[in-house]
Design a protein around this ligand. Structure first.
Ligand SMILES: [Fe+2]
Ligand SMILES: [Fe+2]
Length: 441
């Protein structure tokens, strides 16, 4: 398992390879992936899991899981009613940071099930295929999960994300790898799906707190409902195991458990959120921007005897720069940012530095300045005009051609299903197989 590296991408070869592998798998299958996936599975062989030893107890296990999540959620809501602060997100910057950290996983939502499409003639696979098609929104761009997440990031001005630690690509890479090697790893795919589709407590809390921060939580809300344990993806995951694996004997179930455990590789969501460091993020953003700004300022702009260009020319000078801004009275922390002269330079259409910082970077500045100021967390920094909602073109309605199934299935791989061509292929696949929502007809 790869160690978490905060902030910038890790430099070791093993972790660099992870982002590279992820990007390669988005494009095409890769001959080394099967061995890589086997290696990941060997890591989890010795880990514990909470699945019952007897697979016939899986329905009880799923019911108990849903019950536990429901009561912990009720306790959370009660705490909040009694005035407890948000559990996850101290401010909007932290929420925007989190949404970017998990973007590589969200960009391939459902990918672990891609290989099940090849079994469209076998009714035992129809549950898994339906789940996959629902992740793809049945080829409707309004309902395609990858596109819903992309539109969310776009609206928030978070599409151009900062470099992510290599580990952020681990779950996405696992999902793409499972999707491409369904034949060899079917029990593991079933197990992974069983784990991924059980709605966790953190999903409920995240949904609640994002909405509270004025962030459209449709993507998260959608998963609370669509993955539900009574009739949604969680229930279907269980049925698929029963259909495909229940009678396959202990060796098969052991492999299902290994696939289930792959969900635990990498950092868990609450720990990821808690690892957010506002000042480190702001400094990281400034350090990246420094290079572009060092010759852009007039030499009349001075701070503590140095020109701004001199400040920006020096690697690692940004902590001192922040201190100097405060010492010279440009920034007054722990109060409304609108009282800081520096904020007036970067915020608003007539600000001298309009457009220099994107919406996420401005939110970092805002929340760092606001600090302990009451009401800081709720205030939203409006995105710039160029970050307004993505214009999505509805493609011309495509006729389902006499379907070349292999071509259609290939077009639904990776995140390609979210392109106009992929959406068309998804609709044509549904037409050709009769696997409409509501079941085969
Ligand atoms: Fe999804
Ligand atoms: Fe799902």
């Amino acid at each position: 398992m790869v160690e978490l590296t905060k902030g910038r991408a890790a430099t070791s070869k093993a972790t660099d390879d992870l982002e590279h592998r992820y990007r390669a798998l988005l494009e095409r299958s890769d001959p080394t992936t099967e061995a890589w996936l086997s290696e990941q599975l060997s890591h989890v062989r010795t880990l514990a899991d909470d699945l019952p030893d007897d697979p016939r107890q899986l329905p009880d296990w799923a019911a108990a899981h849903a019950q536990r999540v429901a009561s912990e959620h009720a306790a959370y809501l009660e705490q909040r009613r009694q005035g407890a602060p948000r559990r996850y997100f101290q401010n909007r910057a932290q929420a925007l940071w989190f949404l970017q950290q998990v973007a590589p996983t969200k960009a391939v939502d459902g990918a672990w099930l891609h290989g099940t499409l090849w079994h469209w003639r076998d009714p035992r696979f129809h549950g898994l295929i339906r789940t996959f098609l629902e992740e793809l929104g049945d080829g409707d761009l309004r309902r395609n999960h990858v596109l819903i997440y992309q539109r969310l990031l776009s609206r928030l001005g978070c599409l151009q994300s900062a470099p992510l630690a290599a580990e952020r690509y681990l779950q996405g890479t696992l999902q793409l790898a499972l999707g491409q090697h369904c034949e060899r790893f079917l029990p593991e795919v079933i197990g992974y799906n069983l784990g991924y589709e059980q709605p966790p407590l953190h999903l409920l809390i995240t949904t609640h707190e994002l909405a509270e921060l004025g962030i459209d939580a449709l993507y998260f809300q959608l998963h609370v409902t669509i993955d539900n344990a009574a009739s949604g993806h969680a229930r279907r995951a269980l049925e698929c195991f029963t259909e495909l694996g229940q009678d396959q004997g202990p060796a098969f179930y052991e492999r299902v458990r290994h696939g289930y455990r792959l969900n635990d590789l990498g950092i868990d969501t609450p720990s990821l959120i808690a690892s957010f460091d506002l000042q480190a993020e702001l400094l990281g953003a400034l350090e990246r921007k420094r290079i572009y700004g060092q010759c852009m300022h007039s030499d009349r702009c001075r701070l503590q005897g140095r020109t701004i260009n001199q400040w920006l020319a020096e690697p690692g000078a940004m902590p001192g720069f922040l201190d100097a801004l405060q010492a010279q009275g440009w920034i007054k922390r722990d109060s409304d940012p609108r009282q800081s002269r520096f904020w007036a330079l970067i915020d608003g259409p007539v600000a001298a530095m309009f457009g220099v910082f994107d919406a996420y970077e401005k939110q970092l500045w805002h929340d760092w300045i606001a600090g302990t100021w009451q009401g800081a967390a709720m205030r939203r920094v409006p995105p710039g005009q160029w970050e307004q909602a993505l214009q999505l073109e509805e493609e011309a309605p495509g006729e389902a051609q006499a379907a070349d199934m292999a071509v259609l299935i290939e077009a639904m791989a990776g995140n390609r299903h979210s392109t106009p061509q992929g959406l068309r292929a998804t609709r044509a696949f549904i037409q050709a197989t009769g696997l409409m929502s509501g079941g085969p007809n």
